[in-house]
Design a protein around this ligand. Structure first.
Ligand SMILES: Nc1ncnc2c1ncn2[C@@H]1O[C@H](COP(=O)(O)OP(=O)(O)O)[C@@H](O)[C@H]1O
Ligand SMILES: [Mg+2]
Length: 336
């Protein structure tokens, strides 16, 4: 027979898997109550497709409000248009690693090119290869320093073997060269895949080189059909944060360069919307899910991830069972 510790660890692991299941279910729900925000980002995409003029979109809000989910709403229309929608995420633990989020986005682009090479007859990788080799030129080994996957596209030419060229992998000393290499890589990709959208998630944790590169990319006059969607946690970015400074600088610069900016702030959901989400997720009638929502302060309702807490709460709370005329309703259990 399992002892107490074993029982509680079994309970914990089943709770963990229930939460995972719930998170997966949540990600498949679609967005409730975000019509205005969805329309705003969709409009940016339509403008981009119609004019080719670059777009910079900021999506801000606290953790769990649906920033990533909102950015992802443009993925389908972009891919249907034969464009690329790619994502790179900054990590609090990798804060000191230069270009981490952007390298992740670059990896995604390389993967996408190779994937399409295998699945689409009309994509000529040879053309892309030539374009990248031409544009990035002698800085290919520099690019390969943060994006080794580039070798899968351009092949292991002599250029790539010349990596010792870079002063001992010193990013600081080679910042200009790296910026040039990345910028010309993006130029090349944006010529073939229209539009090219890059989501940079959690830029409040971006390293300074990446923050600087965002400015380099947005002010590159040879990139077009490009949309950068930058996501950040508003409660972690104060007036002195580098992200605030970057936004101010780019606000100034957009007058003189070929891009315009849209800022989307994600706020709280309404109680009714959270209730609708819970009804769908927990398969409980609304009068019961509403009770769960009311126990939390309104400023928490925007945080969809809190649904997991609501869920736990539903599992753990029993008082309502007694309230219902002594009839045990099995609060929190799904109806089958
Ligand atoms: N308006 C919404 N309606 C339904 N589900 C949502 C909504 N907003 C977010 N979600 C879900 O909540 C979870 C957290 O959202 P996410 O986009 O990761 O938040 P953030 O990026 O702001 O931390 C995801 O599973 C997402 O699909
Ligand atoms: Mg997110």
């Amino acid at each position: 027979m399992p002892n107490r510790n074993e029982i509680s660890s079994i309970a914990d692991s089943s709770r963990g898997s229930q939460e995972k299941e719930l998170e997966t279910k949540m990600s498949q729900l679609g967005l409730y109550g975000r019509q205005k925000e969805t329309k705003a980002i969709r409009k940016c995409l339509d403008d981009l497709v119609n004019t080719g003029n670059n777009k910079l979109v900021y999506i801000s809000g606290i953790s769990g409000t649906g920033k990533t989910a909102l950015a992802a709403t443009v993925a389908d229309p972009i891919v249907k248009n034969n464009g690329i929608f790619d994502m790179g995420k900054f990590d609090q633990k990798l804060r000191d690693e230069p270009y981490a989020g952007i390298a992740a986005a670059g990896r995604h682009i390389c993967g996408e090119i190779l994937h399409r090479k295998n699945s689409s007859e009309d994509m000529d990788v040879e053309d892309i290869r030539k374009m990248i080799i031409n544009n990035v030129g002698p800085e290919l080994p520099t690019l390969a320093m943060i994006l080794p996957e580039i070798e899968d596209i351009v092949g292991s030419s002599d250029l790539l073997l010349a990596q010792e060229d870079i002063a001992g992998g010193d990013y600081g000393a080679n910042k200009e060269r790296l910026n040039h290499a990345i910028r010309t890589f993006f130029r090349s990709v944006a010529t073939f895949f229209k539009p090219l959208a890059m989501v940079l998630d959690d830029i409040q944790w971006a390293d300074l080189t990446s923050i600087n590169l965002i400015q380099v990319l947005m002010t590159d006059e040879s990139i077009s059909n490009f949309m950068l969607i930058a996501l950040y946690r508003s409660n972690e970015v104060d007036q002195t944060h580098v992200v605030t400074k970057m936004i101010e600088t780019l606000d100034e610069k957009q007058k003189d360069y070929n891009f315009d900016t849209t800022k989307i702030e994600i706020g709280n959901l309404k109680m009714k919307q959270v209730d609708e989400i819970l009804v769908e997720l927990l398969q409980l009638p609304s009068y019961r899910t509403l009770r769960l929502v009311r126990d939390y302060p309104p400023q928490d309702w925007g945080q969809c991830l809190l649904c997991v807490k609501f869920y736990r709460h539903a599992q753990e709370s029993t008082p309502y069972c007694v309230l219902e005329g002594g009839k045990v309703l099995g609060m929190g259990r799904k109806r089958h």
